[in-house]
Design a protein around this ligand. Structure first.
Ligand code: AMP
Length: 400
């Protein structure tokens, strides 16, 4: 952990006061390394995933640059900063982050994403009274097509979660957005991984960039108290109840299932047993998902059941426990899942359920994290647990 203080990074008082008010004691590694470059106007290649504090790593210096160049608080003016991000959840979280970090500064921002009505977003753009726009690519292009969006005076472009953007098939949309931007600008490119397609995009977008890489997985995994229960498939729900029952430390529990259907079943089961639980997944409306997330954040519901796809990118602090009701089929996903409970330096607990068909998935996970997941204490171990088959189990069906 870099020991620098926010003040040492060259941030002005209105911003350091805002992060202090959020309870941040010191910058995370990505913040310590990226903020000075962004303040200096350099292009940046940031290799970091959600949970490392990357949003503040770009939002704080961007706000400072806006402030330094003078913002007209009212009246028409060009959009100066565009942040492109793959999902609506991320877009609204980034919007919230700007609100939080910029609370002591005068500027305006808007968030635009798909899945909700066009009109309010259209009006926000038409007012011409904006400095920062946070957007998903599809809706941005829709609105750009209506000619109510002028990005020609842009100073800073942020491409967030580039690898995921490409994963989700947004490459053409991203290229169309880039074509709307002025060539002279500062570009910040964030990605958790750099597959060749992401590298090609970075090569096109960035001009003599500084590279800042943080690798949370190993250190994150080390901070998490992990355990695995071997359990028959039919017993998983009862085990979940037992694990959750009467445990006050489990204040905010994220449960992962493999399928949407499974998420619903688990949430319904828990609700019937008197737990405050909800499911989020791709079949739910935007409203239902936002409501469930808001209730989870506020503590009204203690247990959120999610599929991997639904959980990607949702940013919730203080998840005390992650429970893998089903093991992920891709071993790296295990690291991403349990990382949800050790945000920005916190520690956390991850509990996994492994049934006979998942035995080989566990072997792969242990290979990936290069250590065994400790067996839960005080729980009978079925005989199959010590006999992983060779060659790997067939992958179970997956949806989001
Ligand atoms: P991000 O990677 O941007 O999604 O941030 C992950 C979480 O870490 C967010 O919920 C932030 O509120 C929190 N966070 C960001 N920077 C810090 C910091 N310097 N100290 C403590 N928490 C932070």
């Amino acid at each position: 952990m870099d020991a620098t203080a926010f003040e040492d990074l060259g941030l002005i008082e209105p911003l350091t006061a805002a992060v202090r008010a959020e309870g941040y004691e010191r910058p995370t590694p990505i913040q310590a390394r990226a903020i000075p470059h962004v303040l200096a106007g350099k292009d940046l290649l940031g290799l970091a995933q959600t949970g490392t504090g990357k949003t503040a790593a770009f939002a704080l210096p961007i706000l400072q640059r806006l402030h330094a160049s003078g913002v007209k608080p009212e009246g028409r003016r060009p959009i100066r900063v565009l942040i492109l991000t793959p999902t609506r959840e991320l877009a609204s979280q980034i919007g919230d982050a700007f609100k939080t970090y910029g609370r002591n500064l005068r500027y305006r921002h808007a968030v635009i994403f798909g899945g909700v009505g066009h009109e309010p977003q259209r009006q926000a753009l038409r007012s011409g009274n904006l400095d920062i726009l946070v957007a998903t690519p599809g809706r941005l292009l829709d609105l750009a097509g209506e000619r109510i969006l002028d990005l020609s005076k842009l100073d800073v472009f942020v491409l967030d979660e580039a690898d995921r953007m490409l994963d989700m098939g947004f490459i053409h949309d991203v290229k169309r957005v880039i074509a709307l931007l002025p060539r002279r600008r500062q570009t910040l490119f964030f990605s958790a991984t750099m597959p060749p397609e992401a590298q090609r995009l970075a090569d096109v977008l960035l001009h003599e960039p500084e590279t800042v890489a943080v690798t949370p997985p190993a250190s994150t995994v080390d901070r998490i108290d992990q355990s695995v229960y071997f359990v028959d498939k039919s017993e998983k729900r009862t085990l979940l109840e037992d694990v959750l029952y009467d445990n006050e430390e489990m204040r905010r529990v994220l449960v992962f299932t493999r399928t949407k259907h499974g998420a619903n079943r688990v949430a319904e089961h828990l609700t019937k047993r008197g737990e405050h639980a909800a499911a989020i997944h791709g079949n739910k409306s935007q409203n239902a998902r936002e409501r469930a997330l808001a209730h989870f954040k506020s503590g009204e519901i203690r247990i959120l059941v999610a599929t991997d796809i639904a959980a990607r990118g949702i940013d919730i602090d203080d998840v005390t426990h992650v429970i893998n009701f089903d093991l992920p089929e891709v071993p790296e996903q295990y690291v991403h899942r349990i990382g949800r409970t050790a945000r920005a330096g916190a520690s956390g607990t991850a509990i996994s359920f492994c049934d006979a068909e998942e035995r080989d998935l566990l072997v792969q996970i242990e290979r990936t994290i290069r250590k065994p997941v400790p067996r839960a204490q005080g729980h009978a171990v079925p005989r199959w647990a010590d006999e992983p088959s060779r060659g790997g189990a067939p992958a179970a069906p997956r949806d989001g």
